[in-house]
Write a protein that binds this ligand. Sequence first.
Ligand code: AP5
Length: 214
Amino acid sequence: MFLGAPGAGKGTQAKQVAERGAATGAPIAHISTGDMLRAQVSAGTELGRQAKGFMDQGQLVPDAVIIAMVQQRIGEPDAKSGWILDGFPRTLPQAEALDESLGDSTPLSAVIYFAVPEAELVGRLTGRRTCAKCGAIWHVTNKPTKVAGVCDLDGGELTQRSDDREEAIRERLDVYRSQTEPLLSYYRNRELLREIDASRSPAVVFEELLKLMQ
Ligand code: AP5
């Protein structure tokens, strides 16, 4: 499980770990609740319509919706050989529901906390751009594309997330502090928590992450 504030780099690293896993014959499913919700929004489903209101305000989507979505997702065939949870759980009820659904058969192997000073997070989020085609994550200064607004990987158009506005970012950070940060002690008490200094470059973070995961 990858745990950390908005903009800590969880999605960037989870994508790379999943790509490395696929390339080396050790597949691991990247399960991002944020990506799943955005897919529902793009598809124009009822769930997406309801979720969009919460997301654009920087608030959490209700637990019951998210828990059902994740329970279904971790039962899918590509998750059988292992998964990384990115963005879930975010509240104590979500963490408890996860414990219940995993039971003793599929124990959680580790919770990796991406530590980044808050002052750095706002700049990461306001500068983030995402490829509309492949979902690759870029940044206008930290990880720029060769041509502004165009994905290096497939020429897709880069878009800015609707919750990466400064007002929504402030709300997301508040929500993180009040509802998600308490999960650090929840997992520390179970001796599952590992911390990584995620304020360093993405390449350095990736190398350390791989060592930690191995
Ligand atoms: P979600 O999509 O999960 O957003 P988040 O947690 O706010 O996390 P982010 O995606 O913003 O950050 P990240 O850590 O993945 O950073 P990234 O790698 O992109 O959730 C969105 C919304 O959905 C929520 O607000 C909520 O409404 C709803 N939701 C989702 N899950 C939910 C749940 N469980 N319960 C209820 N509601 C839920 O990196 C950010 C930027 O920084 C990028 O531009 C990147 O290039 C750059 N960067 C990354 N690493 C580095 C580095 N090491 N150095 C410099 N720059 C870096």
